[in-house]
Design a protein. Structure first.
Lengths: 252, 213
């Protein structure tokens, strides 16, 4: 299978504090890669470096290279906004624009990118909501506020919003941590669907979730990538004692 | 929460070792009862199987609960999977020791047939040795020790074949019933050794994470 993203010697800092140390990893297309590790281990910073969000924090910087289809996304000529369009992000807390309608929430990214043709917009909004498994529940209330949806629906609305701009890679930062088990299961089912078309990276605190949905798992600790392997191997026979201690609950 | 789980896991392992000791002792007693024609000892082996079966059911139920409730991974997962397999082989070995006890109780006159009796006694010793080696490998997570079982089992298989040959030679002086009982006891010991080999296979899985081929 083809690698979409390659990360070489990635280090990252907040001011003087280094939070990532020489990360090397490849993200495969059309599958889910899970990133696990204790709080503060650098996993969120890692995915935020992959779509150039890290640099939006004052005092934040990075070194190393991140390649999207072999092209350096940090090259001088590259527009970070264009990168974030190709590499979408779904955050921990569902964050729909609260006063915007469901329709406008999904269309927001396209409109921001100067998209105006309304018939096509309709089509893309519907397709995105369908992909996010939300269409049937909202098709008759597209004009209602995004905030009127339940938490799980709001998160799927955010996923639809991310999908609307037709990204190639989907990054998810603990997308289910604010959801109940039923909503979590729907998002997980969605991931299984979406991986047919996208490379997905999911940061999760829930190890069972990583075990359930991902093909590969990376374990981060203290800013380092300790182990990266097939998920089945990580959860049955990890090679590094620190991985084993973490996933079996012996620390962290 | 995780600490409670790890304590339960240690208890489960401890009870598996205890079950192993019970079964090894049952095999030792069955061997002695057979060699000495001791029907009282044979009855004790038969009665003792109940405790082994109870322990088996208890460990198995607790193992499955831990799987369902704690979603164990990595070495914890492998330990529980190995245990639920190992106790099956221990339980079967306990049954075989009981079967031998039943044959002795039915008054097998094996002591009279010296060379054959010696071979069966030797089979009993070797089967017990294999079981205790397998359980020592489990206790110490000793892969090298677990890997010695196969070669030892081959010796037992050879000895069992020799037993059959010896019985043919004794044909004239032994009754058919006696001969059958002797073949059976030899076969039971040989099966116990096979269970010991299975245990060693699960010990190797526990250590390496590689499923048996």
């Amino acid at each position: 299978m083809k690698n979409r993203v390659e990360v070489h010697d990635l280090s990252a800092w907040f001011d003087e504090q280094q939070v990532l140390f020489d990360i090397n990893v490849a993200i495969e297309d059309k599958c889910v890669t899970a990133i696990i590790g204790p709080s503060g281990c650098g996993k969120s910073t890692f995915i935020r470096c992959v779509n150039r969000l890290h640099e939006t924090v004052p005092g934040a910087r990075m070194s190393g290279r991140v390649l999207l289809d072999k092209d350096d996304i940090y090259a001088q000529v590259v527009d970070p906004v264009a990168i974030r369009k190709r590499i979408g992000m779904v955050f921990q807390r569902p964050n729909p624009f609260p006063t915007m309608s469901i329709f406008d929430n999904v269309a927001a990214g396209l409109k921001l990118n100067g998209f105006r043709r309304s018939a096509e917009l309709q089509e893309i909004v519907q397709r995105s909501l369908e992909q996010a498994a939300l269409w049937d529940q909202v098709k008759d209330r597209l004009g209602e506020a995004g905030a009127s949806l339940s938490g799980g629906q709001q998160q799927r609305l955010c996923i639809a919003r991310a999908l609307a701009v037709e990204p190639e890679i989907l990054l998810m930062d603990e997308p289910c941590s604010a959801l109940d088990p039923a909503a979590t299961q729907r998002v997980e089912d969605l991931l299984v669907e979406l991986q047919n078309n996208y490379a997905i990276v999911i940061v999760t605190h829930n190890m069972q979730q990583a075990a359930r949905v991902s093909k590969y798992t990376g374990f981060f600790l203290n800013g380092g990538l300790i182990e990266f392997d097939d998920t089945s191997r990580i959860f049955t026979n990890p090679q590094d004692k620190r991985t084993e201690d973490y996933i079996t609950g012996r620390f962290g | 929460m995780r600490e409670t789980f790890h304590q339960e896991l240690r208890d489960l392992r401890g009870d598996t070792l205890r079950m192993g000791e019970y079964v090894i002792e049952a095999v030792r007693r069955a061997t002695t009862a057979l060699a000495e024609g001791d029907t009282e000892l044979a009855k004790a082996v038969i009665a003792g199987d109940e405790a082994i079966d109870a322990l088996y059911l208890d460990i198995e139920a607790r193992g499955y609960s831990l799987l369902a409730q704690q979603q164990p991974v990595a070495k914890d997962l492998r330990l529980i999977l190995a245990i639920v397999r190992i106790i099956q082989d221990l339980e079967r070995s306990g049954d075989l020791a009981k079967n031998i006890g039943q044959i002795v109780r039915s008054d097998i006159q094996m002591v009279k047939l010296k060379p054959v009796a010696e071979t069966i006694g030797q089979l009993g010793l070797m089967a017990r040795d294999l079981l205790s080696t397998a359980m020592r490998a489990f206790t110490g997570k000793n892969l090298l020790l677990a890997q010695t079982l196969d070669a030892k089992d081959n010796q037992i298989d050879e000895l069992y074949k020799r037993l059959i040959k010896e019985l043919f030679r004794l044909e004239k002086e032994s009754s058919l019933e006696l001969a059958v009982n002797m073949v059976l006891t030899g076969r039971y010991f040989e099966r116990i050794a096979d269970h010991a080999v299975n245990i060693a296979i699960w010990v190797a899985y526990l250590i390496t994470g590689n499923l048996p081929a």
